[in-house]
Design a protein around this ligand. Structure first.
Ligand code: NAD
Length: 490
């Protein structure tokens, strides 16, 4: 079956290009999928443009759009097992984590379905007689939705659900490494009754299938989740047509542990923050900032426990984390660790592939802890998106904040302390989009997600997540029209 979805039809690429997807956990073949080039992407943009300019979706009342989103949520719940399996085969991650992400995607559709149906727009009090002034929300137009390989379904849902809620049409370009849950989601949208041409799907590599989306004059918005370098290139490419750009980029997130934090909780959360899904989560707490007096006790225990983490494939019930996404990504992580050691970091554990991997063809890498790091090091400044925890020491609140804010990233961060006032002060001083106090990683769809500084300015989830996909328009109506008299004859 053809894998591109353009103008309501499943379509094969013009050039007949394909890519074989293999499971990163054991190299087993998953499927061969079609791959688009720029001409296929141009066709998808044209279909989305037609559906926006002439089709019924942008003109469907908000309650109708909300209703469709709620149907999609129901279909995701029905197909949870199939989605989770497909996600785990593409990413290699544990089935239970994929199940969690399908639940998250379902919740996201439910949230935006309810939010959009609850009404929009406002009357503006002008103080002028004979005027009715309203601000209305309208869909922004054709959206390019470009996503990454980590948590592919969830991050796709975070874009597709608000874009549809707003009344937009879109071209979705998932990561070339993890296309299957995107294909499934498009099928569910069809089943739920979305009109043809609203949801278009192109698969393929970024430079070929994705780059035309940022440049094309018929695309009104680019919403991108991925690496900093690609985000910068997209922003530059989008400048030519001054389109709206929403970016969610790398985080290199500080997890700050004060000496008064509960010890067991701090160990547990440091491991969760850094090593969940082998660190391939944009919010990973990959920088541990630890108060001097606590350093040895905390770090010794983290290292002892990191050595016990069980690696394995998606369907191994005893596995605690899985492989990296690809051979190329594992090499990137290896180079990154080597650089850190050259810069003077001390290797406390990991730093290599397992001697006895769960499968010889899986891309496994051991949980790694690098000690005695400081902000000038590239391992502190750059995201690895791998299972690598760097440890920096601090002394007191002011130094903790200075270190934490000392990179170009500003996505998320954690603060562990039993002093509530200190936690609030530090949370407010951190230049990041999300702070967890005495916790790490959870999110709710009602609260916004997004970074600051070079982690991007796009907002996902929450009311601001819907606002990304809308434009506002002010409509001023003279209710009692007549000459204003500026140029009346003298
Ligand atoms: P990437 O930047 O290489 O690719 C992301 C997407 O962009 C893919 O679909 C890719 O094909 C496409 N792409 C690549 N070059 C392109 C181009 N020139 N034009 C248009 N599209 C292009 O990132 P990745 O390796 O797939 O994803 C991992 C990165 O994503 C990590 O660095 C992680 O930190 C980041 N991430 C951030 C968030 C967040 O919320 N801020 C969430 C998840 C992942």
């Amino acid at each position: 079956m053809a894998d591109l979805h353009i103008g309501g039809a499943w379509t094969s690429p013009r050039e007949g290009r394909t890519r074989e997807i293999r499971c990163p956990a054991d190299g087993s073949p998953v499927a061969v999928v079609d791959e688009a080039d720029g001409r296929d992407t141009a066709d998808a943009i044209a279909a989305a443009r037609r559906a926006f300019d002439e089709g019924p979706w942008p003109r469907t009342p908000a309650t109708g759009r909300g209703g469709l989103l709620l149907r999609v949520a129901g279909l995701l719940a029905r197909d949870k097992d199939a989605f989770a399996r497909a996600e785990s085969l593409d990413t290699g991650k544990r089935l239970v984590e994929s199940e969690y992400d399908v639940d998250g995607a379902e919740t996201c559709f439910r949230y935006f379905g309810g939010l959009v149906a609850s009404g929009s727009g406002r009357i503006v009090e002008t103080g002028t007689e004979g005027v009715d002034s309203r601000v209305v929300h309208e869909p922004v137009g054709v959206c390019a939705l470009i996503t990454s390989w980590n948590r592919p379904l969830l991050r796709t849902a975070w874009k597709v659900a608000p874009a549809l809620a707003a009344g937009d049409t879109f071209v979705l370009k998932p990561s070339e490494l993890t296309p299957h849950t995107a294909i499934r989601l498009i099928r569910l949208l069809e089943e739920a009754g979305l009109p043809a041409g609203v949801a278009n799907l192109v698969l393929g590599a970024g430079p070929e299938a994705g780059a035309p989306l940022a440049e094309h004059p018929d695309v009104d918005l680019v919403s991108f989740t991925g690496g900093l370098r690609t985000g910068r290139a997209l922003m530059a490419a989008a400048a030519g047509t001054v389109k709206k750009v929403a970016l969610g980029l790398d985080g290199k997130n500080p997890n700050i542990v004060f000496a008064d934090a509960d010890h067991e909780t701090a160990v547990d959360l440091a491991l969760t923050a850094a090593f969940r899904h082998s660190g391939q989560v944009c919010s990973a707490g990959a920088r541990l900032l630890v108060e001097n007096s606590l350093h040895d006790r905390l770090v010794d225990e983290i290292v002892r426990r990191a050595k016990l983490i069980r690696l394995g494939g998606p369907f191994d019930d005893r596995a605690q984390t899985g492989p990296l996404i690809s051979a190329a990504h594992r090499e990137k992580v290896e180079e990154y660790v080597t650089r850190g050691l050259d810069e003077g970091a001390i290797l406390l554990c990991g730093g290599e592939r397992p001697a006895r991997p769960p499968h010889p063809d899986g891309f496994y890498y051991l949980p790694t802890v690098l000690d005695e790091c400081f902000p000038a090091m590239s391992v502190v400044r750059e995201a690895s998106s791998g299972p690598v925890l760097t440890v920096e020491r601090f002394s007191g609140e002011a130094e903790a904040v200075r270190l934490a804010n000392g990179t170009v990233h500003g996505l998320a961060g954690g603060v562990l302390t039993s002093d509530e006032a200190k936690a609030r002060r530090v949370a407010s001083a951190l230049r990041v989009g999300t702070v967890w106090i005495n916790d790490y990683h959870p999110y709710v769809p009602q609260a916004e997600w997004g970074g600051c500084k070079q982690s991007g300015s796009g907002r996902e989830l929450g009311p601001a997540g819907l606002a990304e996909y809308r434009r506002t328009k002010h409509i001023w109506r003279a209710t009692d029209p007549g000459p204003r008299g500026w140029f009346s004859e003298r």
